[in-house]
Design a protein around this ligand. Structure first.
Ligand code: AP5
Ligand code: MG
Length: 218
């Protein structure tokens, strides 16, 4: 199955994509994670992206389209994929359609994790990840079982994203409403849109998502 997870910054796309990846054996394709890897590696794409990401602005369409086109060609994407954070503009949505057609792939659904803006600052400013394995946590909503120790790998070093601050959140939300939310009707028009209530606890949101996936794969 090939799906898109849509929703605002901090809406829970990455958290849910990781859970679905484990449950269904699909791969999470997060353009944000790919860009952060490019920054860490100091590549030209990373250098171009860093300033924009730190300011909460979108990276140019051609850059992310190129990254996704390459990633979709890797063999594991044939197991099924979860697009997380792509497409984010109409041009990206149209490019994705062209890419999938060329590669003989199709989309099975586009799921919006709907979360109103007033939840987002708390979600984003409380987020942190394990520095060793990348498992995601939240100061209030998703704490490790033993304080200071990663549930997944036992790591004890954690990190926070450079763009996870209250100032940048405003620009990221503005970009979401101006550029990304308008593509939701694009998928509705194709009969692919499903919506889940992202204000519910993490496990409840997962239940809504698995319900949709299980129904559509029958
Ligand atoms: P990206 O990395 O995609 O960031 P984003 O869209 O801003 O989304 P986030 O990763 O912040 O949130 P999320 O929805 O994954 O939430 P999470 O699950 O972590 O992009 C970063 C930047 O890269 C962009 O600003 C842009 O510059 C650039 N970029 C990336 N893709 C691009 C593209 N296609 N085009 C152009 N530019 C691009 O959850 C957040 C926190 O909340 C966590 O701590 C989690 O534990 C907690 N949480 C999750 N769900 C719940 C819940 N149900 N209840 C309570 N807490 C919850
Ligand atoms: Mg994410």
């Amino acid at each position: 199955m090939n799906i898109i997870l849509m929703g605002p910054p901090g809406g829970g796309k990455g958290t849910q994509a990781k859970i679905l990846e484990e449950k269904y054996g699909m791969v999470q394709l997060s353009t944000g994670d790919m860009l952060r890897a490019a920054i860490a590696a100091g590549t030209p794409v990373g250098l171009e992206a860093k300033t924009l990401m730190d300011a909460g602005k979108l990276v140019p369409d051609q850059v992310v389209i190129g990254i996704i086109a390459e990633r979709l060609d890797q063999p594991d994407a044939r197991k099924g994929f979860i697009l997380d954070g792509f497409p984010r503009t109409t041009a990206q949505a149209e490019a994705l359609d062209r890419m999938l057609a060329e590669k003989g792939l199709k989309l099975d659904g586009a799921i919006e994790i709907r979360v109103p803006d007033e939840y987002i600052v708390e979600r984003i400013t409380g987020r942190y990840t394990c520095g060793k394995c990348g498992a995601g946590y939240h100061d209030k909503f998703q704490q490790p079982k033993v304080a200071g120790v990663c549930d997944s790998c036992g790591g004890t070093e954690f990190k926070r994203r450079d763009d996870d601050n209250a100032l940048t959140v405003k620009s990221r939300l503005d970009a979401y409403h101006a550029k990304t939310a308008p593509i939701i009707p694009y998928y509705d028009g194709k009969g692919l849109l499903r919506v889940v209530d992202g204000t519910q606890p993490i496990d409840v949101v997962t239940g809504q998502l698995t319900g949709i996936i299980d129904r559509s794969s029958r």
